[in-house]
Ligand binder design. Structure first.
Ligand SMILES: CC(C)(COP(=O)(O)OP(=O)(O)OC[C@H]1O[C@@H](n2cnc3c(N)ncnc32)[C@H](O)[C@@H]1OP(=O)(O)O)[C@@H](O)C(=O)NCCC(=O)NCCS
Length: 159
């Protein structure tokens, strides 16, 4: 089992990250999620990767300016070309050890070659019960998102 399915980012929420209420912008959190997942997908595939879809993003609690932010991105499922990543964001006072979960997301990336064609990625094999449970969730999220894509695209006449 490869151990390089996880990437952790850690940094402080800065004044430029927050809105007038002193809380981090939702879009900034989405950027951090995307960046940590990109690093995770690139580490796994050793290729340039692009975001395919972000599913099940949840804003659970606000992140405040000056808090320590920890973003953990973990490959939990691979398809033929896709890498499905579970991202958890935590934050807390840097003077204390305690953090709380503020966000989570299931996000999908694909590795592409220089011409933009998808590249097959190495299979991720879950090892523990938790890994197997997360893989099931990722597969459900993928199926639901793809169904949503199909239904809407047909109804809106994109297809
Ligand atoms: C990403 C892109 C290359 C996908 O091309 P495509 O041919 O339409 O992709 P497909 O429909 O074949 O799906 C590709 C993979 O993603 C999976 N996928 C598709 N839609 C998905 C969704 N909503 N959620 C999760 N996975 C999804 C598919 O199952 C497939 O995986 P698999 O090969 O492991 O089975 C293309 O849509 C693109 O270039 N998008 C723009 C990307 C971008 O600009 N991202 C932001 C900046 S990096």
């Amino acid at each position: 089992m490869r151990a390089d399915n996880i990437v952790n980012f850690q940094f402080l929420a800065e004044p430029t990250d927050v809105n007038f209420g002193g809380k981090v912008h939702g879009g900034m959190v989405m950027k951090w999620i995307d960046q940590a997942s990109y690093a995770c997908a690139a580490q796994w595939s050793k290729r340039y990767c692009v975001t395919v879809s972000a599913n099940g993003i949840r804003f659970i609690r606000p992140i405040l300016v000056g808090q320590m932010v920890k973003v953990s991105a973990r490959i939990i499922h691979t398809g033929k070309t896709s890498m499905h990543i579970y991202v958890v964001v935590r934050s807390g006072d840097p003077k204390e050890r305690k953090t709380v979960v503020t966000n989570r997301c299931f996000i999908t990336f694909m590795a592409i070659d220089e011409s933009g064609y998808p590249i097959k990625v190495e299979d991720y094999v879950p090892q523990t019960d938790e890994d197997r449970m997360l893989e099931q969730v990722a597969m459900h999220a993928k199926d639901f998102a793809k169904q949503l894509d199909c239904d809407f695209e047909e109804k809106l006449g994109w297809k």
